[in-house]
Design a protein around this ligand. Structure first.
Ligand SMILES: Nc1ncnc2c1ncn2[C@@H]1O[C@H](COP(=O)(O)OP(=O)(O)OP(=O)(O)O)[C@@H](O)[C@H]1O
Ligand SMILES: [Mg+2]
Length: 272
């Protein structure tokens, strides 16, 4: 790969600056095309979200891809609202589906029925799930729809604080939607695993065991070296791929891109 500077980045990465993930991206698309929904797993900070965001930023033709980080979402109503807003922004959705989504948006504002009783909450939740189903049905009518829910285990954990059944209902509903709509896929990932949700994880597993697992590893040594080289160039240090500093960075970080960014950031202001 041609040598080019890579800016140090601790936030969302520019897909053009993603190094060493072509193969895993290819596998994701192959499995999605074959009909699987995906569970993307891997150590903390290994690069799961960056892969998910790149699928969103570079969708294959015929696909509508929506990426949502659901970490801060606290209810199913909020989830539906955020999804609708994200879908409304999607260029690839045809006019008919956009119109239908507009109708759902009007309804979602009426979903939060005033009151705090259990019955009111259940009714609100039911209405939100109905909307979620309609939203997927309408959007996946004429195109393939990939919904990426990053940090879903955190949302499930938030729901589980009220009741574990609420978390299970969300996971089971998502599963039934995957099964019901042939044009619809999901990609689920997060910084914690689903097994953290419950002491007895059997039911959680049952709700996600239809997913094809994509295990994300550290970068291969060559890609890790290319990233180190690009990051160094980004801070004004041009070195060959074989330079000992590159070998040292790759070894010290185990090829985990996040740590490479950190290490090179530490070198940035060091006296030479
Ligand atoms: N392939 C890559 N090439 C270059 N930089 C990368 C790559 N993958 C990840 N990074 C960098 O590492 C940071 C952390 O990656 P990312 O957020 O994707 O990891 P994660 O596995 O989702 O982490 P968490 O476990 O916290 O959810 C990103 O902000 C990005 O700067
Ligand atoms: Mg992440």
């Amino acid at each position: 790969m041609a040598l080019h500077p890579i800016p140090i980045n601790f936030g969302q990465i520019d897909p053009d600056k993603l190094i060493g993930r072509d193969r895993v991206l290819e596998i994701c698309w192959t499995r999605l095309e074959q009909g699987s929904s995906l569970l993307v797993t891997g150590e903390r900070r290994i690069g799961k979200s960056s892969i998910a965001q790149t699928l969103d930023a570079r969708p294959r033709p015929d696909w509508i891809v929506v990426y949502l980080n659901v970490e801060a979402i606290t209810s199913v109503e909020d989830l539906v609202r955020s999804l609708l807003a994200a879908l409304q922004r999607e260029q690839r959705i045809d006019r008919r589906a956009k119109k239908a989504l507009g109708g759902l948006l009007d309804r979602v504002s009426g979903v939060s029925i005033a009151g705090t009783g259990v019955e009111v909450r259940q009714r609100t939740e039911r209405a939100a799930y109905e909307l979620l189903q309609e939203l997927i049905e309408k959007t996946s009518e004429s195109s393939k729809l990939l919904l990426i829910l990053d940090e879903l285990p955190i949302l499930a954990q938030t729901l589980a604080k009220n009741s574990v059944d609420d978390a299970l209902l969300l996971l089971r509903t998502l599963r039934s939607l995957r099964a019901a709509y042939p044009n619809h896929r999901q990609l689920l990932c997060g910084s914690i695993g689903f097994h953290h949700l419950l002491a007895d994880a059997t039911e959680i597993k049952a709700a996600v065991n239809d997913l094809f697992t994509i295990a994300v590893d550290a970068l291969d040594p060559n890609s890790a070296a290319v990233l180190a080289q690009g990051l160094l160039l980004g801070i004004g240090r041009e070195v060959a791929l074989e330079d000992p500093i590159i070998t040292a960075i790759v070894e010290a970080t185990d090829g985990i891109p996040f740590y490479e960014h950190h290490l090179v950031a530490a070198l940035e202001h060091q006296e030479r």
